[in-house]
Write a new protein. Structure first.
Length: 670
DNA sequence: GGAGTATCACGACG
DNA sequence: CCGTCGTGATACTC
């Protein structure tokens, strides 16, 4: 999938489906350019949001090239002002205890939160302390985004704004689920987070413009209207047509900048490059009958854009049947070809606009439509080796695909969905379940499982992880809560994955479905061992997960200062695992063994413990860092192995050369 | 019991 | 400062 200079014009070949966001940037200089896997949510970060990776100031001035918009129209200038680095970190060294001390079990357990029953157990855990945020600090909350960057964004800023919005949204959703909200209920966490970000300046591209929006790429996916609002792709929080008033020849007139197709009426059988769009207005309301649409506002703007041959951005709203979620895909620029009036369902006049996608843009919506066809099996996925490499072990099939060479599959291994614990692995302890009937109610502090999580329910109602934590405690089969939502990582893979052959990094993993930030992807399955009891050589194998590696810290959780709630707390995002765990997936494993390393990953791992055969085990669970467009390779940070002995403060280098191609690539890993 | 439908509460921008 | 634009989650129906 990393063939350089792929053709974007031949829409008839299902074969040529690219990820919605191209993997490889088109650099003018040709093929020495590194592949670009997924732009990281690196800086600029506000105070409290550390940059994803340590980088020097010279690196900090680099910009991720605006990828797949480079060809059409001619790319705008890169932003003149590099985004500021708010919290520049020195390179992390092995000598830093926070990084090289995987075992925190010596820390005295905090029994102040009613966790006394855990004392003396093998797994000692620290319950994050509630730390109310001082008011004055809240009042002075700074988004850290300066005026220029707020007007004209860039890729890093766009990703950072989206991350911060969603972190806050998840937190509001969690508070709402628990009915803990300080000031009333939060029925719409997306609106609450969105308006908070708006008000606090966590936004970019506020200067409204037609055409390209700096930092937003064709194929980017969104799950909320507000996300498009915050990054300047489409500013109305509800309306489908965004427009700008410009000076015309005689008077001011509106021209359209972007439209969001709801996906319900705007269907055009067959050709994904054509959109028949319905104008706005005229719908029945609670105190209004439906009526004829008028040629004003957005409708007028589209009409004027048609006259001026002014292209508009199109965002396709889609209903993803698989996980019952509506998503929005930015599908690039379209030209308005014609308009007419038509009787709508209610019998009133509606405006119709025919839009045709500008040529030369990477596919986005077209890829999505092709994927929907693969799901039906006709035509079958091109390059398909196996329709389900799990042989039905996973509830959703995992395709095995090779479109780059003649390799017909990875070396033999046994596919399993459960971790195998070796005899020597003595993390076993009696498990304390809860006694909630049917389901554990968020906010119910009588539930042992919720108390183990520091009082918070770790997931939102639809199974999205709210915050990274040293450890997540899930309910277990022995808990009576049969329908409980606190079992997310035990329910198996929920997205439609495929294992595919990469150009230069062996086999990789990606998804046919768009993945929401915080979604569970899979656990790392393999033979788990206590690292202190195995020879060093085992850790050097491919297909091994090692919790004792040194991992770059990054901030994913909400900012308490932004949330501005007394109930918000600062908590550690560093994993805290009671034993040095190493999992070998060489002989037995699941899809996780195919996930490649990246220095700018889109997936992170999180320790999760739950019971298995009446004993508590630690699992490594993977979650999406940000929204991941379909067909984008899934990658996580493998970290760097920590050789025995002291490091004397020298930086660590991985044993394997990195081909992740990120602008912030560290060169090696593992 | 999964797909359609009702209901509810909300924000930006012109 | 008020009207215009639907949305997203959930409870409900069939």
């Amino acid at each position: 999938m990393e063939r350089n200079g792929g053709h974007y014009t031949d829409k008839t070949r299902v074969l040529d489906i690219k990820p919605l966001r191209t993997l490889r940037p088109v650099f003018p200089s040709g093929n020495q350019a590194p592949p670009f896997v997924c732009a990281p949510p690196f800086g600029p970060f506000p105070p409290g949001f550390s940059s994803f990776y340590p980088f020097s100031s010279s690196q900090a001035n680099q910009h991720t090239p605006d990828l797949n918009q480079a060809q059409y129209p001619p790319q705008h200038q890169q932003p003149q002002n590099p985004p500021p680095v708010y919290q520049q970190q020195p390179p992390q060294h092995a000598s830093e205890p926070s990084l090289v001390t995987p075992l925190r079990s010596f820390r005295s357990p905090d029994v102040s939160n009613g966790n006394a029953e855990l004392e003396g157990s093998t797994v000692k855990r620290r319950i994050p302390k509630k730390r109310p945020i001082a008011r004055p600090e809240n009042m002075n909350f700074e988004s850290g985004i300066n005026v220029a960057d707020r007007e004209n964004g860039n890729r890093e800023l766009v990703l950072s704004v989206l991350m911060r919005f969603d972190a806050l949204r998840r937190r509001f959703a969690q508070l709402e689920d628990a009915k803990e909200a300080v000031s009333g209920i939060i029925k719409r966490p997306d609106l609450k987070s969105g308006s908070t970000c708006m008000g606090r300046g966590v936004r970019t591209n506020t200067k409204k413009r037609p055409g390209i929006v700096p930092g937003v790429e064709i194929g980017d996916v969104f799950f909320f209207r507000f996300e498009m609002c915050l990054v300047g792709l489409h500013s109305p929080s509800m309306a489908g047509i965004d427009y700008l008033v410009v000076k015309g020849e005689t008077e001011e007139e509106p021209i359209a900048t972007s439209i969001v197709s709801s996906g319900y009426y705007d269907n055009d059988e067959g050709n994904p490059d054509v959109l028949i769009y319905t104008g706005q207005g005229g719908n029945a309301d609670k105190d209004k009958q439906s009526s004829d649409q008028k040629l004003e506002r957005g409708n007028l703007a589209l009409e004027k854009s048609l006259r001026r041959d002014s292209a508009v951005r199109v965002i396709r709203g889609l209903k993803e049947a698989s996980h019952n979620a509506k998503i929005y895909i930015y599908d690039g620029l379209y030209e308005i070809k014609e308009s007419w009036v038509e009787k709508g369902k209610s019998g009133h006049n509606t405006f119709k606009y025919k839009l045709v996608r500008a040529p030369g843009q990477p596919p986005a919506f077209a890829s999505w439509t092709a994927i929907q066809k693969w799901k039906t099996g006709v035509p079958s996925r091109q390059g398909l080796i196996l329709p389900d490499m799990t042989s039905g072990v996973e509830s959703i099939p995992v395709s095995l695909v090779n479109e780059v060479d003649t390799d017909n599959g990875p070396a033999y291994f046994t596919y399993s969905t459960t971790v195998k614990y070796s005899e020597s692995f003595k993390l076993m302890q009696p498990s304390f379940g809860c006694d909630c009937a049917n389901l554990c109610k968020p906010g119910n502090l009588d539930c042992h499982c919720i108390r183990k999580n520091g009082g918070d329910f770790p997931y939102t109602g639809n199974g999205i992880l709210v915050s990274r934590k040293p450890m997540i405690y899930e309910c277990s089969p022995s808990c009576p809560c049969s329908t409980c939502k606190n079992k997310v990582t035990q329910m198996g893979v929920k997205v439609r994955l495929e294992v595919f052959k990469t150009a230069n990094r062996g086999w990789g993993l990606r998804s046919w479905d768009a993945i929401r930030a915080g979604s569970f992807i899979c656990i790392y399955v393999g033979e788990a061992k206590d690292k202190s009891k195995v020879q060093q050589t085992m850790a050097n194998d491919d297909y091994t997960f090692d919790t004792t590696n040194v991992y770059n810290p990054f901030k994913w959780n909400y900012e308490p200062g932004l949330a501005d709630e007394d109930a918000c707390e600062e908590m550690s995002e560093e994993s805290e695992i009671p034993l040095p765990l190493i999992i070998s997936a060489k002989n037995v494993g699941n899809v996780a063994r195919f996930m490649n390393h990246s220095c700018s990953p889109n997936v992170f791992w999180q320790p999760v413990s739950y019971e298995n055969n009446s004993q508590l085990f630690v699992h490594v669970a993977f979650f999406a860092i940000s929204h991941i467009p379909p067909m984008t390779e899934l990658t996580y940070d493998y970290g760097v192995s920590r050789p025995s002995g002291t490091q004397n403060g020298n930086p660590l280098y991985g044993k394997r050369k990195c081909f992740c191609g990120s602008a912030y690539c560290r060169g090696s890993f593992g």
